[in-house]
Design a protein around this ligand. Sequence first.
Ligand code: F2R
Ligand code: MG
Ligand code: MG
Ligand code: MG
Length: 339
Amino acid sequence: DSILLASKFRGCLVGGLLGDCLGAPYEGDYRIPKTVLQKYFDTLEGPYFKSPVKQYTDDSAMTKCIAESLIAQERFDSLDIAKRFVKEYFGDPRRGYGEQVVEIFHKLRVQKFGDPFGPAKEQFGGAGSYANGGAMRVAPLALFCHSDYNELINLVEQSAKLTHTHQEGYDGTILQAIAVYQSLHLDPKEKLDTQNFSSQLIEKMSEIEEEDDNPYPYQTQLEKMQILLDKKEDADDEEVQRIMGNTVAALYSVPTAIFCFLRACAPIPEIETENPFRRTIQYAISLGGDTDTIANMAGAIAGAYYGYSVISENLQKHCEATEQFIEYADKLHKITASK
Ligand code: F2R
Ligand code: MG
Ligand code: MG
Ligand code: MG
């Protein structure tokens, strides 16, 4: 119903924001000891601790642009989104943006947005970016298209191609959007069937990764994920890092984020919390590497599944822009309800 969906919209955007803000201090670390993260989260969640606000990074800065554009235009407008990316970046450049993506912003500004899709095609000698920058910001668009799957696929691909024209870059963006879409449509009161969730992802990706796209990199990663999820003894961190990956490459971070969400449905050794949302992002961060982005994507999927009420208030208070993200979620819900 509409109340649950509104809560899922909030959960998705606030969940992603928390993953970014709380994961950012560890971005680039090899692996974070479970004990260190346990203390970090316990302290942040505790009632007596005051700390400086955890700042969001490029992940949420770009998510903000897409949310604000959809709210202002009430439709997907690639030119408007490109303009917002550029304005946001030049107004607040120190948010830890990807090294190469900023070149696109410079080019867009110089060519006065003549072709908003042009500069992205020139990245990496014409190969295009395969990093996770398309996926990390896609949540608002997945919410906007929650009732029209074909529109979702079409618009998400366009949104990615403003910066990511490598097939792994935009297909990873599509996969993240599909994961959010699936989460939105599930009832959190029913036990999640993790194998079914991943089988559905594989099935949908088989329509995205076409014959010409062989060797189907995302389906392959998702199949490896299923084997890991199925293991009787829990897979250890070294194995997860090696098989799923934790880098800025979309292929080695989007499926990883999905894995974190699915694995965190059940208890994980050395992560002491009853709360499955917290468990998701705490686990995602513990794997190291691109912590802010993997926790952001896992948090968005988990939030879209569990809904807003599961996200600890104290954790929210420690993150910059929580109120703003709640407002985006409510506005997007209102727009899509009247669509
Ligand atoms: N930039 C970072 N982290 C670096 C350190 C940040 C630090 N905390 C700080 O504040 O200084 N994080 C952010 O970048 C990732 C998203 O990147 P995006 O937007 O996709 O950017 P870009 O530039 O397109 O790609 C990033 C790197 O990926 C490699 N790469 C991509 N495509 C490639 C290709 N075809 N060939 C070779 N390499 C390719 C390059 O190394 C790019 O620089 C998120 O983690 C976000 O949090
Ligand atoms: Mg970041
Ligand atoms: Mg395709
Ligand atoms: Mg990152």
